[in-house]
Design a protein around this ligand. Structure first.
Ligand code: FES
Length: 198
């Protein structure tokens, strides 16, 4: 069948996971690799879509999934993180995601299909560094108006928990959201949506 190659290529490629929100602050945990299955070299070269079960991501945690050689961040947002998105609006350069950095189905208040799960390509839109996940609220080094997000130490760009860029930082646009869809309640497919493969 024509789609056998695609199905064979839908392999899980979990690269690693970091970051959990603790009660009084942040507990940074160094997670071991949770899974090590690699798609075939041929499937990787073809940019095959990658399946990932979001049920394994704890609230507040970010897990990195590899797709086409890029880090895709799957973050399980807590209700507090979701609430912070609206509070952040005055700080942001493009709060409504008018620049086409996401599929149409992710141009919404949470930039997602499911508000509790954020799916982003973890590459800074300035010069391509990989930002750090900083879920804590008002840490000393980021200041009192930091409500959690992604911080790029290369040149100081800031993004909120939906990957929306702050005003007056070097990065010009929000983080990119890859095409994706859910095959079931929790099974995420990265690299393909209802329109087909990216
Ligand atoms: S590469 Fe991220 S701020 Fe420059």
């Amino acid at each position: 069948m024509a789609n056998e190659g695609v199905n064979q290529g839908r392999r899980r490629l979990l690269v690693g996971a970091t970051g959990v929100v603790g009660g009084a602050g942040v507990v940074a945990l160094a997670y071991p690799f949770l899974a090590t299955w690699q798609p075939s070299a041929r499937a990787q070269a073809a940019g095959a879509p990658v399946e990932f079960d979001v049920a394994q991501v704890e609230p507040g945690q970010l897990v990195r999934v590899g797709w086409r050689g890029q880090p895709v961040w799957v973050t399980h947002r807590t209700p507090e993180m979701i609430a912070s998105l609206e509070e952040n609006r005055p700080l942001l350069a493009d709060p409504d995601s008018n620049v086409a950095q996401q599929p149409a189905y992710a141009q919404n208040a949470t930039r997602s299909i499911k508000p509790e799960y954020s799916v982003l390509i973890g590459i800074c839109t300035h010069l391509g560094c990989s930002p750090s996940y900083r879920p804590e609220v008002a840490p000393a080094d980021l200041g009192g108006n930091w409500r959690g997000g992604y911080f790029c130490a290369c040149h100081g760009s800031r993004f909120d928990m939906a990957g929306r860029v702050w005003r007056n930082v070097p990065a010009p646009t929000n983080l990119v959201i890859p095409p994706h869809r859910y095959l079931s309640d929790t099974l995420l497919l990265i690299g393909e949506d209802e329109e087909g493969a990216a």
